[in-house]
Design a protein around this ligand. Structure first.
Ligand SMILES: [Zn+2]
Ligand SMILES: [Zn+2]
Length: 347
């Protein structure tokens, strides 16, 4: 048990583009289902960047962010049976109210009162982090580098997208965005037997996507984008089209490009209206689905990791120490060539 209060380090975004390594009291077990995790690594997501640049719609510094985390269990409450001290785990950051219809059906990610750790409540960028038993999932021995397990959450977002889109063997899937989430969605779609075309504005990201398994990679600025997509897909367009960027204009393109009776998956969270007409959806009898964070997809990803190699290392391209946290966030803004995601490692 880890019940003596002691001081530990946490990475706090104190103000716009200001990061301070603070000392704070380490968490202690209070509830029977508490689990304390000694954090190994936390990777940086777009949401965290918005908090860092103080452009997040509802998060205001000072705040400890981070929702993509791995670590080792150091303490458990008396009712915990799923894990024990010494277990290597990945953390699911989604917290539902536990009472409403989505929560009761296992979809806390769509709870009206959902909270994501590192966004609505304190995040994982600290040496020790307290979560609930249900939030931790054991990392298989096949992944020896625990730092890489921080990528479990972004892969779970990809798993959620292909589950929501009901992606199947033999389908062609078009994904807008070849960043971290576009890529994790692609990897999970490939595991379901689909073939993926990626679209992005960044040529080096497109080359990367092709190297990692995309059978088509098209620049979004190409004037013949539509023709190229149609040439690569059968059945009058891709069976599934996914917006992993979150731009209202892309929603229109998704509806235009997808094959009749196909599915459009929306992963973005732009608040602006788009100009998609009801007729466009009606004519092709489309299915349009939203995909938000993940609904207990971490076990799916970790199970797959035991039988197949998911390329976690291709997502976490750049490593930083706690002291280099500001550098990590700045690089995530600059997005230099070859960069997909920064991960902060804890000692
Ligand atoms: Zn994320
Ligand atoms: Zn709920």
């Amino acid at each position: 048990m880890n019940n003596g209060a002691f001081s530990m380090k946490a990475i706090e975004i104190t103000d716009t583009k200001k990061i301070t390594v603070i000392d704070k009291a380490a968490p202690v077990i209070r509830s029977p289902d508490d689990v304390i995790v000694k954090i190994a690594a936390v990777s940086i997501c777009g949401t965290d960047i918005h908090t860092y640049t103080n452009t997040h719609p509802f998060v205001t510094p000072p705040v400890v962010v981070g929702h993509e985390a791995s670590g080792v269990v150091t303490g458990v409450g008396r009712a915990v049976t799923a894990v024990q001290p010494g277990d290597r785990v990945a953390i699911d950051p989604v917290l539902g109210c536990g009472e409403c219809r989505p929560c009761r059906s296992g979809r806390a990610n769509a709870c009206a009162d959902v909270k994501c750790r590192g966004v609505h409540v304190e995040g994982a960028m600290q040496e020790y982090f307290k979560v609930r038993e249900q939030d931790v999932h054991k990392v298989p021995d096949t992944l020896d580098d625990l730092v890489l397990a921080a990528a479990t959450e972004p892969f779970a977002v990809g798993a959620q997208a292909v589950w929501r889109g009901n992606v199947e063997q033999g389908q062609v899937m078009l994904i807008f965005g070849a960043g971290a989430i576009g890529l994790t969605t692609m990897f999970m779609a490939i595991h379901r037997g689909a073939r993926c075309i990626l679209v992005d504005l960044n040529q080096s990201r497109l080359e990367n996507a092709r190297r990692l398994g995309a059978f088509g990679a098209i620049n979004a600025a190409d004037p013949d984008l539509v023709e190229q997509v149609l040439a690569l897909s059968r059945s009058g367009g891709p069976d599934v089209v996914c917006d992993a960027v979150g731009n209202p204009e892309i929603v229109g393109l998704c509806v235009e490009l997808v094959a009749p009776t196909g599915t459009v998956i929306l992963l973005g969270m732009d608040g602006q209206p788009n100009n998609v007409t009801e007729l466009a959806i009606f004519r092709k009898e489309l299915t349009i689905v939203g995909s938000r964070m993940n609904s207990n997809m971490l076990p799916t990803v970790l199970e797959l990791l035991t039988v197949k190699r998911l390329p976690f290392h291709e997502i976490l391209t750049h490593r930083f120490t706690i002291e280099q946290a500001a550098e990590a966030f700045d690089m995530a803004i600059e997005q230099p060539q070859g960069f997909i995601k920064a991960v902060i490692t804890f000692p």
